[in-house]
Each structure stands twice: as C-alpha cells, then as structure tokens.
Write a protein that binds this ligand. Structure first.
Ligand code: AMP
Ligand code: ZN
Ligand code: FE
Ligand code: FE
Length: 280
C-alpha cells in the first residue's frame, strides 16, 4: 500500500486538475491519495469521482491556513464535513483575506520595479477560489520578471520578503477545534519546515495534543531533513499521535515534490481513517 496524504490541485495553487492529479497518482503507483487544497473543498467531489474511475482511494482533505503568534502554520484536515458551518465560515474569512492581500502585494511589487496587474494575476488564478502567492509568482514569470516560482519567492514573496504581506489565518488551536467539530482529523503540516521549529516547539505541540486533541504531525516532508524527520518521528511516538508522510505535490508548480516521494505507513493511515467521525 502506497499512501500520499498531502497534495494540491489547480483548485488552489497546484497545476493539475483534480482528475489529472488522481491519474498522476495512479501512474505513480499510489493506492491512496488525499487532496488537500488550501482553504477550499471545491476539488474533492471531482477527485473522488476520478478515484472511482481509476481505482485510487481518494481521501477528502484540506490544508487550512492557521497561525501562531501571527506566523503561518498549516493544518491538514482529513474527512472534515464541508457543510459544517463554523469551519466553513472561517474558511470564507481566510479566502477573503487571500483576495484582499493581492492589491497591497501588487503595490509593493510595482514599487520594487516588477509591476504586474491584478488581471495578470487573476489569469493565473483561473477559477480557483483560493488566491495564493504562487499565482502572483506565476504572473511574474509570465511577465518575464523572474524565471520560476522559486525565484519569485526568493526575491519577493517569501515570508518576510520585500513584497510579503500578512493575511488573516485561524489561531491553530481553534483550527483544530473547528476541524474536530466538522468530524475531521487534524494533523500539523510540515511543523518544523522553513524555520518553523522555533514557532512550534515541543511544549506547544504537547499543549495542542493534550488540550485540543491534535491527531498528528507530518513527519516525512520535503521541507524536513533526515535529522528533523527522526526527531519528529520520535516526538510523534512519545506523544502517541500519528506521524504522516506526503509529497505536498503541486504539479509542475514545485520541484522535488513528486507524488509518492514520501508516504504514510498503512498502520498510520488505518488509525487516521478510524478517527474520522460524523460531524458533530
Ligand atoms: P500562500 O498560500 O499565499 O500563503 O502561499 C503559500 C504557498 O506558496 C505554499 O503552499 C507553498 O506551496 C508555496 N511556497 C511557499 N514558499 C515557496 C517557495 N520558496 N517556492 C515555491 N512555492 C512556495
Ligand atoms: Zn501550496
Ligand atoms: Fe503547506
Ligand atoms: Fe501543501
């Protein structure tokens, strides 16, 4: 059994349609794939239908924009009910924050001598309800200002970069509660990737487990080196929570994130599946 629990389609900032992603998962030899688009459930029905057609088990996922101390934390949710009102209302707020951030970012980019218009960005967003920095990066690429998404992030868009603008996100403890109220399972994505180790120290993760029932942490992720993975695996065991693995696939939008590059152990997936509840 090969299981990949974190991927993105073009319903957020990946480049494959949900159906294309499922076909790519089959071609990569995956048995199970979770679609976890940023702050939207819109691709899930299409992915599940494609899964039935192509013999891939599709898990209904989500990557929810959360924060701690004003800094970005990503929370994976599995099996959360899209109809659960409290979560849905917060997700609207998050998506509005994504859209509202666009204008100030474009003003900063213009000031830095790399102007792109809102129309150019929206052409990259397409029908995605979740406007992301990768779409702005794609507009910079299309305009010829940078070679690829990586250069756009490195020079302008990365957290703390010269064109970075914060946006609304959900306090992570509250995000976990909302996911649980929607019947879902909550797993912190890439907890110690990209300098987040200081933001999410062990003591805080313990608090999330003990007080909010956090279900797991992502261990095997491309943003974690071998030493970090070993530490997180040991931590997950100590805390008695799930330690997951995934590609965080974005289609052609991210290199070194091929489907199945990291996977989740079948025993871990079994336990995760058991924890998915009917929304309460
Ligand atoms: P946003 O959702 O607008 O906050 O943008 C965050 C997304 O940008 C994440 O999902 C990442 O996949 C992507 N991202 C972050 N850093 C980079 C980078 N250095 N290169 C390419 N993509 C990145
Ligand atoms: Zn993304
Ligand atoms: Fe993420
Ligand atoms: Fe992701």
């Amino acid at each position: 059994m090969r299981i990949d629990l974190h991927t993105h389609s073009n319903v957020s900032d990946g480049t494959d349609t949900p159906a294309e992603l499922v076909v790519a998962a089959r071609d990569a030899g995956l048995d199970v794939v979770a679609l976890t688009d940023h702050d939207t459930f819109d691709g899930l029905d299409r992915a599940v239908a494609a899964g039935h057609e192509h013999g891939v088990e599709v898990v209904r996922g989500l990557e929810l924009s959360c924060m701690r101390q004003g800094q970005s934390v990503h929370l994976l949710a599995f099996g959360a009910d899209p109809e659960a009102a409290a979560l849905a209302e917060e997700m609207v707020r998050v998506r509005e924050g994504r859209t509202g951030r666009l204008r100030p970012v474009l003003d900063l980019l213009a000031g830095l001598g790399v102007p792109v218009t809102e129309e150019e960005v929206m052409a990259q967003v397409g029908s995605s309800p979740s406007v992301g920095r990768p779409h702005i990066a794609d507009a910079l690429v299309a305009a010829g200002w940078v070679a690829d998404r990586t250069e756009a992030f490195d020079r302008f868009l990365a957290d703390g970069g010269p064109a970075h603008v914060g946006r609304y996100a959900i306090e992570v403890a509250h995000g976990i509660d909302l996911v649980h109220a929607a019947g879902g399972v909550a797993v912190i994505a890439h907890p110690w990737g990209r300098g987040r180790a200081g933001l999410l120290p062990e003591a805080f993760l313990v608090e999330l487990v003990e007080q909010h029932g956090l279900d797991g942490i992502e261990v095997d992720h491309q943003d974690h080196d071998a030493e970090t993975r070993a530490e997180l695996r040991a931590l997950a065991d100590r805390l008695g929570v799930l330690g997951t693995g995934s590609s965080d696939y974005h289609g052609t939008g991210k290199t070194d994130h091929d489907l199945g590059v990291n996977t989740t152990r079948p025993e871990v997936y079994d336990e995760l599946r058991k924890r998915i509840r009917v929304a309460r």
